[in-house]
Design a protein around this ligand. Structure first.
Ligand code: HEC
Ligand code: HEC
Ligand code: HEC
Ligand code: HEC
Ligand code: HEC
Ligand code: HEC
Ligand code: HEC
Ligand code: HEC
Length: 439
């Protein structure tokens, strides 16, 4: 237990002036005013941050104090210190005048890599790496955001991006001359934030600052703030699955804080997002590369096996190895027949989507485009709106629902609506071909 491993020191105004005295003595003196922090093993420099921030930003110090980092004497300085000439070095913070170190508000993954090299390398090798970069890169996305959602508003056309896309995907963080991030780019909880140095990532989205708690990251809630909604309802699919049912019924009694590599069936009865996509289980080691255990790309217009070695590529990953490792996860609780049969029917659903829905929809779209029978503004064109919904919403729900055992999403929110989309598209297509005009 963490608190028994360390001498707990009580800090009060009195203590600060008298120096440190023992916990027991202190609680006898002024129990009501005391606050306890794990500062015993810290340098004076490191302790200064905590003592002052205990009043300035109380919640941050409380979170840190309960963390494994406090147990291990990893303090504010270990993450926030930067070189004096760093663009993110803070210059004008009242209260920092006497500091002997330079502090940054921003903490990129390289700060964690000092002690967690593998986790950071895995993250950079995952699909999460491109989350911010690819939104900035895509012209069609920028048109959707500024022209349509932002209605070309002279000052506010970026508002939907700042409050929407960016908060999940991340963005380019900019700092002013004092080293503070700007209001257009911060606060930001995106997974693929891009720091002023060009470095990418955010280590605080699944185990949030400043508790950086492994138990939090293992729960499905850690992924749910981003993996939800009409186009990738992963949390809803999970809740609909037998696994989600069991988690909902008894998850609060499971063991969540086992040491890394030691969290195994028995601690829990059903897998969470982390168990299948990240955690060590059986022979498998923990990975921070969420792409590692995937076979298909299930968000693309057409699902194909992942074979591209480029992390920015659409079919990034090694599908065959991905399937093998994912099957090892299932194999810790299910028989090989259960697992083999499950993936056979799931793969069938993905192929049905590819062949019976996306292929004919794309053939019709290409022909209408060739004949000049599509509107220039796709968001005003019934055919093109249906096409978008077919692959981006219903088609993803059917594929992801099938592969993660969520029958309501595979069927009612997926294939049922897919056939409706396709039939309506066929009617519009036939009418345009017969009349030669857009209705
Ligand atoms: C004597 C008090 C004091 C000390 C010592 C101190 N800070 Fe601060 N710090 C402040 C105050 C005051 C703020 C501004 C808080 C606000 O704006 O709400 C601040 C802000 C910050 C910020 C956020 C930047 C901002 O402007 O909002 C960070 C990060 C930070 N401190 C880290 C540290 C670290 C790391 C140390 C130790 C090396 C440290 N502080 C030592 C008082 C202190
Ligand atoms: C394990 C690394 C780590 C440690 C230890 C740490 N921080 Fe942070 N801190 C972060 C990260 C990550 C962020 C988010 C910054 C970003 O988005 O780039 C952050 C953000 C902050 C912020 C600005 C955000 C806000 O909510 O206001 C303050 C202030 C801050 N830390 C103070 C502290 C203080 C004080 C301590 C010591 C008690 C401390 N930090 C210890 C990693 C750390
Ligand atoms: C100076 C070294 C150091 C730095 C910098 C550091 N950590 Fe840690 N971290 C540790 C140590 C030591 C542990 C405990 C390791 C163990 O349990 O075996 C730990 C544990 C953790 C854990 C597991 C906590 C638990 O509940 O078991 C997480 C998550 C974590 N760190 C995230 C981060 C993140 C994110 C950053 C950067 C924002 C970071 N760390 C920066 C040293 C560091
Ligand atoms: C802060 C938002 C956020 C959180 C939290 C988050 N993700 Fe993601 N995730 C994304 C975004 C955005 C993408 C799409 C990245 C891209 O392809 O540009 C993504 C993509 C993925 C992918 C597909 C990767 C690929 O190569 O196509 C998987 C699998 C995934 N996340 C799993 C998880 C799991 C499991 C968790 C929780 C443990 C999680 N994510 C937490 C935002 C998030
Ligand atoms: C609620 C969080 C959230 C919001 C808001 C959001 N996305 Fe995403 N986005 C995700 C997740 C999660 C994925 C991964 C889906 C998957 O793996 O199936 C994703 C996937 C994508 C992809 C496909 C991945 C790739 O690498 O090409 C693109 C493009 C994309 N989002 C762009 C955007 C744009 C542009 C916006 C705003 C107009 C936006 N997203 C808003 C969470 C979000
Ligand atoms: C998509 C969610 C997510 C993101 C982003 C994330 N982590 Fe984790 N992290 C987890 C999960 C889940 C675990 C627990 C794995 C397990 O069951 O042991 C974990 C565990 C850890 C641990 C404990 C040791 C281990 O590997 O199990 C460390 C250290 C850690 N993370 C550091 C980081 C760092 C550094 C980053 C940024 C590069 C980061 N994490 C980003 C989800 C995430
Ligand atoms: C029982 C294990 C399991 C659980 C639990 C699980 N997944 Fe999955 N997930 C899978 C499998 C299997 C696939 C499809 C892999 C493939 O391509 O063969 C998948 C696919 C995905 C994808 C699609 C990536 C793409 O290509 O678009 C995302 C995103 C994702 N999962 C996120 C999550 C999130 C978030 C949770 C929790 C809310 C979760 N998963 C829970 C097994 C699981
Ligand atoms: C930690 C153990 C565990 C892991 C790992 C696990 N499952 Fe399960 N799974 C269960 C339990 C328990 C049930 C509920 C059995 C019941 O309905 O009586 C279940 C139910 C299911 C069901 C519903 C049908 C049925 O037999 O009840 C499917 C489908 C399924 N799992 C697929 C998978 C797949 C695919 C994987 C790997 C990607 C996987 N599971 C990983 C424990 C697990």
């Amino acid at each position: 237990m963490k608190n028994t491993k360390h001498l707990v020191i009580i800090l009060t105004a009195l203590v600060i002036s008298l120096g440190l005295i023992s916990c027991k003595e202190q609680s006898d003196l002024a129990p009501a005013e005391s606050s306890e922090f794990q500062v015993a093993e810290l340098t004076d420099e490191a302790r200064a941050c905590i003592e002052c921030h205990a009043t300035e930003t109380h919640g941050i110090v409380e979170d840190w104090d309960r963390s494994r980092h406090a147990d291990e004497a990893v303090s504010c300085i270990d993450c926030h210190q930067v070189e004096a000439d760093s663009p993110t070095a803070l210059h004008d913070v009242e209260g920092h005048e006497d500091l002997t170190v330079t502090v940054s508000m921003l903490v990129p993954p390289s700060a964690c890599a000092e002690c967690h090299e593998k986790e950071v390398a895995d993250f950079h090798a995952s699909g999460h790496e491109r989350a911010g970069l690819q939104v900035i890169d895509k012209d069609s996305m920028q048109t959707l955001i500024h022209v349509h959602e932002g209605q070309n508003h002279p000052e506010l056309s970026g508002a939907s991006e700042e409050t929407g896309c960016m908060q999940c995907h991340g963005t380019q963080i900019e700092v002013d001359e004092t080293g503070h991030p700007t209001s257009e780019t911060y606060p930001i909880a995106g997974i693929g934030n891009i720091y002023p140095s060009g470095e990418v990532g955010n280590c605080a989205v699944c185990h949030t600052r400043h508790s950086f708690d492994i138990a939090e990251a293992r729960k499905p809630d850690a992924c749910a703030s981003c993996h939800l909604g009409p186009d990738h309802p992963d949390i809803e699919i999970f809740e609909n699955s037998k696994h989600g049912q069991i988690f909902a019924a008894e998850g609060e009694d499971w063991v969540w804080d086992s040491a890394p590599g030691e969290w195994e069936p028995g601690d829990y009865r059903a897998p969470t997002c982390a168990t299948c996509h990240m955690s060590g289980i059986g022979e498998l080691e923990t990975t921070h590369n969420v792409t590692e255990r995937l076979y298909w790309n299930l968000w693309a217009k057409v699902s194909k096996e992942r074979t591209d070695p480029d992390v920015m590529g659409m079919y990034y990953g090694d599908g065959e190895a991905g399937r093998e490792t994912m099957e090892m996860v299932c194999g810790e609780c299910h028989s090989s027949t259960h697992t083999k049969n499950f993936f056979e029917s799931g793969d069938g659903a993905v192929q049905l989507y590819n062949e019976a829905y996306f292929a004919p929809a794309e053939t019709m779209r290409a022909e209408l485009a060739e004949l000049g029978l599509l509107k220039d503004n796709p968001w005003k064109d019934e055919f093109q709106i249906l096409y978008y919904h077919l692959w981006h919403h219903e088609g993803r729900r059917a594929r992801q629902g099938a592969m993660m055992a969520g029958p309501d999403w595979a069927h009612w929110e997926g294939f049922f609506i897919l056939q409706q989309d396709l039939y309506r598209m066929e009617d519009i297509y036939n009418q345009r071909i017969e009349t030669g005009v857009i209705e």
